[in-house]
Design a protein around this ligand. Structure first.
Ligand code: TRP
Length: 457
């Protein structure tokens, strides 16, 4: 059996499997997985289109009712089995469910392949900001960054960093990166939000972001969009949280961690909106935000930063560095899902698995680096539909197939949280399958439309 040989013995669990060095390390790694491009780039326009403050209330309710229970479900499977997704699903639900684990690995593979392309843009913007500012026409600039050789090059650089960290393992790779990078990200973002409050457009920006509009909330597409956003942002539905929890010791408090991780993720998304909208409103660019899903912020923000002169440039660099940092810690979790499954299933070494899979993922990513349409399609299929299917499967497995879920959730919980476990189990059994089932129905319809649009042109 392949074993990490240079590992400090304290970093291994009973079966020779690695464990997190500290509780904070695990929480920050999980927050790092959750906080990413989804928070800082996707959330703001979903919220402003979905009804502002009314949307935020819906979103928080969804996190409490669906997000936290589902995260707890994933945590429970991971911590009970100490296995990566395929093996973990096999152990708690039997071989019949193995395809669900395989779907998780496939989803991780596909999401990372285009996620790393977008992350490459953030690297490029950071670097260009440092080297000379975001000059020229923002739309033309974006196109030159987003596709073609440049996009491929930055995508490959980003993948190289990701692979390098995952090759180093859980404690010395992922945990250490999270401990260093997450505080940096929080500080940058807080600083930016304070600065944004001083802008002349701040009030209009907040109004555009938070203006409550109930009419939009009545649209079922907003509900399903909010649910989809919650899964993506919380890294649920593809075994990422399951995998991270598999490196926990038996007595950690899953309930508390699930709440901490979910709330931190929401807070970062909310604060990112407090940065983005004042900047955009300061230059009257509101209308551009909703237009193109993929390019919106990448087109409007650099133009806005550039127009603000010297300060704008510094702020712009910080903003894109924060984005790149968030993307990196998320990418680590995506690669870890794929890598750990291959380590467990094929019994090859971590270094070989991370490197081999990373190279494959990087190669597939060349397609979305050449075509924004392909990128959008991959996001719609893997980043939405597959996640919703994966979340549905997770709710069924944990709610109906896995034995003694309540016992697992109670283990290590403080008495205050223990009281909520029966309620959480009820949500996982009855509420999640219904709500996720509805979302799934809409996602299928939407995906059919997207696929048709892609091939018809
Ligand atoms: N949550 C990350 C974001 O908001 C993306 C991500 C990382 C993810 N790991 C995941 C999404 C696992 C779904 C599943 O950008």
């Amino acid at each position: 059996m392949a074993q990490p040989t240079k590992m400090n013995p304290k970093s291994q669990g009973s079966g020779g499997r690695e464990v997190w060095g500290t509780r904070l390390g695990f929480v920050l790694a999980a927050v790092g997985s959750a906080v990413g491009l989804g928070n800082m780039w996707r959330f703001s326009y979903v919220a402003s289109e979905g009804g502002g403050a009314a949307f935020l209330i819906l979103y928080v309710a969804l996190i409490a009712l669906i997000g936290i229970p589902l995260m707890l479900a994933e945590f429970s499977v991971g911590r009970r089995t100490h296995l990566s997704p395929i093996g973990a699903i096999r152990q708690v639900a039997g071989s019949r469910w193995v395809p669900l684990g395989v779907l998780y690995v496939l989803t991780g593979f596909l999401v990372l392949s285009y996620y790393a392309v977008i992350a490459g843009w953030t690297l490029r913007y950071s670097l260009d900001g440092i080297l000379g500012g975001f000059a020229g026409d923002p739309g033309v600039y974006f196109e030159s960054v987003a596709t073609g050789w440049d996009a491929i090059a930055y995508h490959l650089v980003f993948m190289t960093i990701t692979i390098g960290i995952v090759m180093n393992g859980v404690q010395r790779g992922i945990e250490r990166a999270a401990l260093i990078l997450m505080p940096i990200l929080f500080l940058i973002l807080l600083g930016l939000a304070v600065w944004a409050a001083t802008l002349p457009g701040a009030r209009e920006g907040y109004a555009f972001y938070l203006q409550p509009s109930l009419a939009e909330l009545m649209d079922p597409a907003v509900l399903t969009g909010a649910a989809g956003q919650a899964f993506f942002s919380l890294s649920l539905g593809m075994g990422a949280m399951l995998t991270f929890a598999s490196y926990l010791s038996r007595d950690s408090d899953l309930n508390q961690e699930a709440v901490t991780v979910s709330l931190s993720d929401f807070l970062v998304a909310f604060i990112a909106g407090l940065v983005v909208f004042p900047v955009i409103a300061a230059l009257g660019l509101q209308d551009q935000v909703g237009e193109s899903a993929v390019g919106a912020l990448f087109i409007s923000l650099p133009g806005a930063f550039e127009a603000m002169g010297g300060i704008g440039r510094i702020v712009g660099i910080l903003f894109f560095v924060a984005l790149a940092v968030g993307a990196l810690t998320s990418a680590l979790s995506l690669l870890e899902v794929v890598t750990s499954s291959i380590i467990d299933e094929l019994r090859i070494s971590r270094r070989k698995a991370a490197l081999g899979l990373g190279v494959l993922i990087a190669a597939v990513g060349i397609i979305p680096a050449l075509s924004l349409d392909a990128l959008g399609l991959m996001d719609a299929i893997a980043g939405e539909l597959f996640l919703v299917i994966g979340a549905f499967g997770m709710a069924i497995v944990v709610g109906w197939v896995m034995p003694n879920v309540a016992g697992e959730m109670k283990r290590g919980a403080s008495p205050a949280f223990e009281r909520y476990v029966p309620g959480v189990v009820f949500l996982v059994r009855y509420v999640l399958p219904v709500v996720i089932g509805i979302v799934l129905w809409f996602s299928i319809l939407e995906t059919i439309e997207n696929v048709q649009a892609f091939f018809v042109g």
